[in-house]
Ligand binder design. Structure first.
Ligand code: DC
Length: 230
């Protein structure tokens, strides 16, 4: 990969609730890069499998879905990312409980991941992108110049997710959010293929006691400080 490309890729990984999405979106805005939410891609695919009534234990069927589904990410007028599944806007729908419940079963399938990784590499190949997910610095773009791993105390992550649901007017209990995060943490970190882990050359940021803007500044300062050095 050319040094030009390396220079223009920001990889942000970490567990759910560490603040990745908001931070990645704001970093992309400030750098005038395109923001790619890879979790939204796995979510859209999970929704499609649910709509098709696919058995989530049937890996062949999940592979087929991944190969035949159009997923697009577009910025809307306000600069927010909208997710399209086969041409339909599913931005809000992919955050629902049924998607959360099934996503781990889909995202552990090797053929599905290969398909997603190929799409993500293609979307990012021209550079000037911020990609956010679980395996960006380790698998999708291990040669990205800027790599960050965002983490936070488990209870803080639960609180953040809970607040997000409530702000969106969704009815959910704190214990349900806790159960979902525990389950996803476990499957994200323990799955055989592309498990969530910090790339050895990623900058670790504990966001437990930091505000969004503070995390954004840390990342932007790091990018600025390292831009002309190599
Ligand atoms: O970032 P998120 O919480 O929207 O991601 C939802 C799920 O998608 C996450 O629990 C695991 C999966 N995922 C993945 O396996 N690899 C990625 N690069 C991004 C998300």
């Amino acid at each position: 990969m050319s040094s030009f490309r390396k220079q223009n890729i920001v990889a942000i990984d970490g567990p759910a609730g560490a603040g990745k999405s908001t931070v990645a979106r704001l970093v992309a805005k400030r750098l005038k890069y395109f923001y790619i939410d890879t979790g939204a891609m796995y979510r859209a695919l999970t929704l499609k499998a649910l709509q098709e009534g696919i058995d989530f234990k049937d890996e062949k069927a999940l592979e087929k879905v991944s190969a035949s589904t159009a997923i697009q990410l577009h910025k809307d007028r306000n600069g927010n990312l909208r997710v399209f599944l086969d041409g339909n806007d599913v931005t809000e729908r992919i955050r629902d409980k049924d998607v959360n419940l099934h996503i781990s079963l889909l995202s552990k399938v090797k053929a599905v991941r290969n398909n997603m990784v190929a799409r993500q590499r293609n979307m990012g190949k021209k550079g000037r992108v911020v990609l956010e997910g679980r395996d960006i610095g380790t698998v999708v773009f291990p040669q990205a110049r800027y790599k960050f791993y965002l983490d936070a105390d488990f209870h803080e992550r639960v609180k953040r997710r809970y607040r997000e649901f409530i702000l969106k007017g969704k009815r959910i209990s704190l214990s349900a959010v806790k159960r979902d995060l525990l389950r996803r943490d476990r499957s994200d970190k323990l799955r055989k293929i592309a498990p969530l882990k910090k790339a050895s050359d990623a900058v670790y940021i504990d966001t437990t006691n930091l505000g969004i803007e503070e995390v954004v500044e840390i990342i932007l300062n790091y990018v600025k400080a390292n831009t002309h050095q190599r």
